[in-house]
Design a protein around this ligand. Sequence first.
Ligand code: PLP
Length: 415
Amino acid sequence: MADITIFPQLEIPETIAAGPGPGNTDPRVLQRFASAGVADHMQADVLRGMIEAKLMLREIMGTSNIHTFGVAGTGWSGLDVMFSAVMPGDKVVVFTNGTFSGIDGLTVRMKAATAEELAANSLDPKPASVTIIDVPHGESVTGEIVEAALARHKPKWAAMAHWETGSGRINDLRGFSDACERHGVMGLIDAVSSLGVEDFRIDDFPGVHGWASCPQKGICCLPLTYAPVSFTDRYIETLRASGTRTFVHHPIMEARHWGIIDGKDVDKGSYHRTHSAYAVAAFHEALRILLQDTVARRAKDYEFHEAALRDAVTAMGCKVTSNMTSLVVLNLPDKLAGREMELVQSCRAAGFGIWPTLSEPVQVRIGILNLLNQAAIADIVTRFGAAMNAMGADIDMNEITARLDRHFETAMVAQ
Ligand SMILES: *Cc1c(COP(=O)(O)O)cnc(C)c1O
């Protein structure tokens, strides 16, 4: 018998997840995850939990779309389901302004490529029917940019990230939706970073026909669960007419297990694939927590805590270029410029999980997903300041801490 190695049990330390995602998981979610009994994916309470989760998801997303449910996996799983309606030869305009919308663009190019176009460059196809409108890193996609491109190209589909997490920029969803409506284009939105962080209702954006998000950012449910998706009836009719070449990620078929059959809610799901009782229980609890907090309350908390962090890092001499409320993207002060990777690596090695940008230019990203309290923000600021000082930044941390305290005191007085 060949030698086999059995490694020691895997220990993963507790770190501060202060990046763009995943966010910190609520103990209530982990408790539900670990307390679920072993039950198969057709057991009555598992099916009931999925139906309740579907109904809570409609509330959180602000929609009456029947086709609203979760896709097992991460953000890309939900996005793959959403983009599955894009067929070879479809005319699509994609707006990109960073890492994630860039990958959305690649996904669309793979789906819209004809067989010949795909074979010509299978990992990076350049189909004639897809137009990529590339907006520079650090800038937002504006309604004017969308309007001009849709007027010129008259595509079947248009796609954009609501919040581009690569550069921390919010794109103009209102302008996008309006332009889609004016030109009869079906909009598709990557809402992976915004759902559960900003207070918005998807039904207020009628130019958008497909939405996809993720479990581990605003929904705070990393124990790998479900990526929320939602589709209008027009999207579903279009898909039903064209078909798509996937079984597992077929929006109509995947919806069946969530009790959505022939465009109607039914009281019991039917088998599509195996679902985990643990994942259903955790996702269900994360949605309950978000509804109890309310999306509006959480959005205000993100605004307040992002402002505190932004003020502190600005006082340390950093320049913030983002405008998302769950994430600060910054340039280091001139005297530390070029040492971003070194700084991020030293923080990460100490269990302080901040991130660099994943595409040029190199910047530092600090996120606050589910870190919405004074102690958590103070900890982030103290650790970040100490890391900068270790590189010779010479910041007076007493002054920074006093500023931060004032930010929180002002809020207490205001309440
Ligand atoms: C995080 C993110 C993704 C990818 O999500 P995964 O959960 O890593 O699959 C896609 N789009 C945006 C805008 C994101 O922020």
